[in-house]
Ligand binder design. Structure first.
Ligand code: G3H
Ligand code: 13P
Ligand code: ZN
Length: 324
């Protein structure tokens, strides 16, 4: 099976009330961990590549590694550009064999966002085979590539704008801002309450009212959530117990993501959780084996942790297991 775009995957996910995991990949071990987990769960999967990943690993390596994963697993895999900043980067990825792109002009004025998104959609849809396009309305807090949006400067998606945006751009899916944010520090401590027993921060709930309103305006249309790592505390604990210093790292509770996946959300983006799992595996390895210096030993442990985490996400959060 060749790489696929997201169209049919989202149609089935929408109808059956689950979401496809969109996991960021930056190196071979991460690609293997994600796709081996998806294979064992019999799940479709999206592998996404940010500008930072392109800079780190070079687009050609990422593309070839994802193609190798397709050959190795036989799964329906989407190769997706994450947060494409302009038309040129989207065009470059479409020409280079990506099957899906995100054009992210969410920080630009509405009309400019529409104009650039429309230009990308026209180019992507004229491509054979058809490349699917995701765009974004509203801004998330947190850090993505070189853009940092301070807490308090984020803005929720305005449901009054979504119909016009989708109609005028022809976009295939829409990322919305309902309270998720990028990175491992999604909420300021003062936005949260603290669990008196564990001392762990409990974040404010996502704005399901906005999601509901958006899906009423766009019936049957796939919605995307960025910034959806849950910052699983078992990994934070391992990291901190093995020399790390992650204070008050907090994410989106998994039950809320499961609820979103049952609604109109068909794609859930996860990156930080993979980073935490990889780091936990490596830190634990080094503490247990201070004499080791073969990267296959410690990165291999990191890869095993990422694989375990992705299996958990697929079966317990996304609900995309056994959907092939
Ligand atoms: O949205 C942000 C993703 O986590 C990608 O992060 O730009 O550091 O590769 P990155
Ligand atoms: P997290 O930082 O929550 O993993 O979000 C990743 C993301 O949205 C990539 O686009
Ligand atoms: Zn994102």
């Amino acid at each position: 099976m060749p790489l696929v775009n997201s169209k049919e995957l989202f149609e089935k996910a929408y109808k059956e009330g689950y979401a496809i995991g969109a996991f960021n990949c930056n190196n071979m071990e991460i690609v293997q961990a994600i796709t081996e987990a998806a294979k064992e769960c019999n799940s479709p999967v999206i592998l996404q590549v940010s500008a930072g990943a392109r800079k780190y690993a070079k687009p050609v390596y990422l593309k070839k590694m994802v193609e190798a994963a397709v050959e190795d697993t036989g799964l329906p895999i989407v190769l997706h550009l994450d947060h494409g900043a302009d038309f040129e980067i989207c065009k470059d990825c479409i020409d280079g064999g990506f099957t899906s792109v995100m054009i992210d002009c969410s920080s630009k004025p509405f009309e400019e966002n529409i104009a650039i998104t429309k230009k990308v959609v026209e180019y992507a849809h004229a491509h054979k085979p058809y490349v699917t396009v995701e765009a974004e309305l509203g801004t998330l807090a947190g850090i993505e590539d070189e853009v940092k949006v301070e807490h308090g400067a984020e803005s929720y998606t305005n449901p009054d704008q979504v119909e016009e945006f989708v109609k005028r751009t022809g976009v295939d899916s829409l990322a919305i801002a309902i309270g998720t944010s990028h990175g491992a520090y999604k909420f300021r401590p003062e936005q949260c309450t603290r669990d008196p027993k564990t001392g762990v921060l409990l974040p404010p709930p996502l704005r399901f009212d906005i999601l509901e309103e958006v899906s009423k305006r766009l019936p049957g249309f796939p919605i995307v959530l960025h910034g959806s790592s849950s910052v699983n505390q078992e990994y934070v604990k391992i990291i901190n117990e093995h020399g790390g210093a992650l204070k008050d790292a907090v994410g989106v509770p998994e039950e809320q993501l499961r609820q979103a996946a049952r609604m109109a959300v068909c794609k859930i983006n996860i990156d930080s959780d993979l980073r935490l799992a990889m780091t936990a595996g490596i830190r634990e390895h080094f503490e247990a084996h201070p004499d080791h210096f073969d990267p296959r030993q410690y990165i291999g442990d990191g890869r095993a942790y990422v694989k375990q985490l992705v299996k958990h996400k697929i079966t317990d959060v996304l609900g995309s297991n056994d959907k092939i």
